[in-house]
Write a protein that binds this ligand. Structure first.
Ligand SMILES: [Zn+2]
Length: 257
C-alpha cells in the first residue's frame, strides 16, 4: 500500500514536471548543418542556407508573438557539432527543441525532382534507452515545481519508484513531441501548401540526446526544383514560419499551464 502511494505521488510529480511553468517558455531552434557541413544540395543553394533562414525568421516570430525566450544553436554559417546542439538545449533546460532541415532524394533516384512534401521526426525506438539515460542525468523530477513543498526526486537507480517515474517522464516527453509533430505536419499542409508525407521516428542525435519535447522537421525536398524555389522565396519562408509558429502556439496553450 505504502509503495502504491509513493508511486502515485511520483506520478503526480512527473505530470507536474512536464507541465511547464507560465514564465520564460524557452525554445531552442536548431538550424541543421552549417559551415563545412552543407547538408543536401539544390540547384541554387545548399540546405544549410534554407535551414538558417527559416530558423532565424521562426525565432523572430516566436519571440515576438509568443513572448518566448528563443535560443539558437547557430545564427551564422558555422559548424556546430550535434552534441553541442543538444548540450545547448539541455544546459538551459529548454521547454522545446525544434530542428530545421530539408529533405533530398538520392542523386540516382528515378524521378527525384518530382518527389516533394514534409516529414516530421520524433525520437526513434532504437535510441529509447539512450534517451532515458540522458533524462535521468539531466532532469530532476520535481525541480520544475519549486515552491510547493514537494520533494525533489533525483534519479535513483536502485529505486523501482524512481525508475518508473523517469520512464513516465520520458513517455510524457514523447507524447508531447508527437502532438507537436502532428500539428506541424498539418499546418505545413494548410498554411504552406506542403504535401504531408508523414510523422516518423528517427534515431537522430539531436532527438535522442535532448531531454525535452523535440522534433526534427524536413520542410520539403531541396532536390525538387519547385520546392527549392518555394523554400528560398520570401513567400515560402513566411508561410513555413506561420505554419510552425501556429503549432508552437497550440503547444504552449495546451501544455504551458
Ligand atoms: Zn539535414
Amino acid at each position: 500500500m505504502k509503495k502504491k502511494l509513493s508511486i502515485t505521488i511520483l506520478y503526480t510529480l512527473v505530470i507536474s514536471s512536464m507541465t511547464m511553468m507560465a514564465s520564460a517558455f524557452t525554445i531552442v531552434i536548431d538550424a541543421g548543418h552549417g559551415g563545412d557541413d552543407f547538408g543536401a544540395q539544390g540547384l541554387h543553394c545548399f540546405e544549410k542556407n534554407i535551414n538558417l533562414d527559416v530558423a532565424l525568421q521562426l525565432g523572430n516570430s516566436l519571440s515576438k508573438e509568443q513572448q518566448a525566450r528563443v535560443v539558437y544553436t547557430r545564427t551564422t554559417d558555422k559548424t556546430v557539432s550535434l552534441q553541442d546542439r543538444t548540450l545547448i538545449a539541455n544546459g538551459i533546460k529548454a521547454d522545446l527543441f525544434i530542428s530545421i532541415h530539408c529533405n533530398s532524394m538520392p542523386h540516382d533516384a528515378v524521378g527525384r525532382e518530382r518527389v516533394n512534401g514534409s516529414t516530421v521526426y520524433v525520437m526513434g525506438q532504437k535510441t529509447v534507452d539512450d534517451n532515458l539515460k540522458q533524462i535521468q542525468r539531466n532532469v530532476v523530477i520535481g525541480d520544475i515545481i519549486n515552491g510547493n513543498n514537494l520533494h525533489q526526486v533525483p534519479y535513483d537507480i536502485d529505486s523501482a519508484e524512481s525508475n518508473i517515474a523517469y520512464e513516465m517522464c520520458q513517455n510524457s516527453i514523447m507524447s508531447q513531441s508527437v502532438y507537436l509533430a502532428n500539428s506541424i505536419l498539418n499546418n505545413l499542409n494548410i498554411c504552406a501548401n506542403r504535401k504531408k508525407i508523414g510523422l516518423y521516428q528517427g534515431d537522430f542525435v539531436v532527438l535522442t540526446h535532448t531531454v525535452m519535447p523535440s522534433v526534427l522537421i524536413e520542410l520539403d525536398y531541396i532536390s525538387c526544383p519547385e520546392s527549392e524555389r518555394f523554400m528560398m522565396s520570401d513567400k515560402g519562408v513566411n508561410e513555413i514560419v506561420t505554419a510552425i509558429s501556429k503549432s508552437v502556439s497550440l503547444f504552449i496553450n495546451k501544455f504551458n499551464k
